[in-house]
Design a protein around this ligand. Structure first.
Ligand SMILES: [Zn+2]
Length: 112
């Protein structure tokens, strides 16, 4: 499932694990530390899923008082997060400065 690729990226260092994940026939809900939840339609295109999960992660990292630049840009640590982009069939995380491709969604480097 596409959402699994994004959740896999979310679990690398600098990311977070949702407090809980629940599923209904139409939505998967990600729960934050503050008890809030965000519904994601798993049938969305991967680029949309990655963007929704990124929005959720930024809010949850903020609630945890952690740096909100997820996923962190390895070229510019401590500044901006990577942005998701679709390049034809491929969906990638890229640096917003110069659009350098860092990794495909689902294969963020484990260390960086
Ligand atoms: Zn960058």
């Amino acid at each position: 499932m596409n959402l699994d690729l994004v959740l896999r990226d979310l679990a690398v260092p600098g990311g977070i694990t949702p407090a809980a994940i629940t599923q209904t026939p139409d939505f998967i809900f990600l729960y934050g530390v503050d008890g809030s939840r965000t519904g994601v339609d798993p049938s969305l295109p991967l680029v949309e899923l990655a963007s929704r999960v990124q929005d959720w992660a930024v809010e949850d990292l903020w609630a945890r008082r952690l740096p909100t630049n997820w996923p962190p840009c390895p070229r510019h640590p401590g500044t901006h997060p990577l942005t998701v982009a679709a390049h034809g069939e491929r969906v990638v995380w890229q640096c917003p400065v110069g659009a350098e491709e860092i990794a495909e969604v689902g294969s963020l480097p484990i260390s960086g």
